[in-house]
Ligand binder design. Structure first.
Ligand code: G3P
Length: 210
């Protein structure tokens, strides 16, 4: 299984916190021989990416040039990211923007993992050929109630119609949730609050990795 740890903007995963979390991820990844991707804030990409494979949480649909305050694909790549999340439910963009960004990322060699809230969105976005699709029902995010237990049908429905590697996220908080996601056909899981807010992220993550 592939594990994606979204640092979001939690204070525990900001600055020195990002370094601590990346250390925990690195240790779990080495000890379990698993592929674990970190998604820190932009400002923490340079140091986190020296420790573990790193995706940015977003990039803006722009070309190099006069776009003050935006985040350029080339910038996150040069900072050390090997890919990016796009269209997370906390940072939505339009279908046209997703299309533009998938093409840009392909051109410059960044992987794309596009988040979707429902089956229809997954089907539309899969036609744009991102590297990964991730289904996350927004109402379960941060609740500790997992997609794999509460909405298993969402995962199987997407698997039936979409041929892009599928991850799932929202409320993933136990090893059992991860096992269930795998059983339903997901190649990986996105996890945030359970690990990021844990008193011991190393222990929590290690217990979840299958
Ligand atoms: O990107 C992953 C995320 O949205 C899931 O959040 O806190 O439910 O694990 P959480």
């Amino acid at each position: 299984m592939l594990y994606v740890i979204n640092f979001k903007t939690y204070l525990e995963a900001t600055g020195d916190g990002a370094t601590r979390l990346a250390n925990a991820i690195k240790k779990v990844s080495e000890e379990t021989n698993s592929e674990i991707i970190a998604c820190p804030q932009f400002t923490d990409i340079p140091k986190v990416s020296k420790m573990v494979p790193t995706f940015s949480q977003h990039i803006d649909p722009i070309l190099p040039g006069p776009s003050t305050g935006h985040i350029l694909a080339e910038a996150v790549k040069e900072a050390g990211a090997v890919g990016t999340l796009l269209n997370h439910s906390e940072k939505r963009i339009s279908l046209e923007e997703i299309d533009f960004l998938i093409k840009r990322c392909r051109e410059i060699g960044l992987k794309t993992m596009v988040c979707c809230s429902n089956v229809e969105e997954c089907e539309k976005i899969s036609k744009l050929k991102p590297d990964y699709i991730a289904i996350e029902p927004p109402d379960l995010i941060g609740t500790g109630r997992s997609i794999s237990k509460e909405r298993p049908g969402l995962i199987t429905d997407v698997r039936r119609t979409v041929d892009i590697p599928l991850l799932c996220g929202a409320g993933i908080s136990s090893r059992e949730d991860v096992e269930k996601a795998k059983e339903l056909g997901a190649v990986g899981v996105l996890i945030s609050s359970e690990v990021v807010e844990s008193k011991d992220p190393y222990k929590t993550l290690k217990e979840m990795v299958i």
